[in-house]
Design a binder for this molecule. Structure first.
Ligand code: SAH
Length: 246
């Protein structure tokens, strides 16, 4: 099994309220061979409850990164999966855990950083947090009782990664130029520029934004933009900016 590939895969927990869930997540990760945990504004961490539930996976807790925003947690990532227990009113591209794991393997085997993002125990990921994710993952289950415990959801996805990384020993087909992909921070810079420009040309009215930006984010999120493509798009925006100022 190519354990080394997990070095490019991180689990991100957002606003976790129960430290026990952080510990159980560390255990679930270590069982499957994952190492990198990032915590976005955990309510109570470090904590004895977390250590107790980690049952021997304390090393993952000790090495966990703690950051204050999801953007910071994923800024260098080329692929970001957001998990959700229910369908949202503006659905992104949605995949099964198995498809997610295959894509993870494809990216990480090309040394590209990938994140799996998990939400708050009760509220899940906010729409704003989900918008930072390129693809959504849903664990199919009982439709009348579809919300798994946070660490249980982490376990299922890590297990799928474990299997995918084990069976896909051969390098997946290279249909994307992985080294050239834009990272999350560059994409955010582009979205900001796009929103400013669309406002400048009065296509977007800040008072009545409709759902233009979320829909555009979804469109670009599906395409895996390369840096050179992103530069062309930003060049077009700058040309428009010049004309309007001119
Ligand atoms: N009411 C929340 C559920 C929160 S459960 C919601 O509707 O999203 C806490 C976290 O566990 C979720 O944010 C998600 O990261 C994960 N999770 C729980 N059930 C899941 C499922 N069926 N599919 C994918 N992720 C799930």
């Amino acid at each position: 099994m190519t354990m080394a590939d997990f070095q490019f895969l991180r689990i991100v927990l957002c606003q976790t309220s129960h430290p026990g869930n952080i510990g159980a997540t560390a255990r679930a990760m270590k069982n499957m061979g994952l190492k990198h945990l990032t915590l976005v504004n955990p309510l109570d961490f470090p904590s004895d409850h977390a250590n107790a539930r980690a049952s021997g996976a304390d090393d993952i807790l000790q090495q966990a990164s703690i950051v204050s925003s999801l953007q910071e947690a994923i800024q260098d990532c080329k692929l970001v999966f957001g998990t959700s227990a229910r369908h949202r009113n503006l659905p992104q591209a949605l995949v099964t855990p198995r498809e997610m794991a295959e894509r993870c393997h494809a990216f990480t085997s090309q040394a590209q950083q990938v994140a799996l993002v998990f939400g708050h125990e009760r509220n899940g990921l906010s729409n704003e947090e989900l918008a930072f994710c390129h693809i959504h993952v849903n664990i199919p289950c009982n439709p009348d009782f579809s919300s798994l415990n946070l660490a249980a959801a982490v376990q299922v996805l890590c297990y799928e990664c474990f299997l995918a990384f084990q069976t896909n020993r051969e390098k997946p087909q290279q249909y994307i130029h992985y080294d050239d992909l834009a990272d999350s921070a560059s994409l955010e810079g582009f979205y900001e520029h796009l929103a400013q420009t669309l406002t400048e040309i009065e296509f977007l009215e800040p008072a009545f934004p409709k759902r233009i930006m979320p829909k555009l984010r979804r469109l670009f999120g599906r395409t895996q933009l390369e840096v050179t493509e992103l530069n062309i798009l930003r060049g077009i925006l700058s040309a428009i900016n010049r004309k309007f100022k001119g």
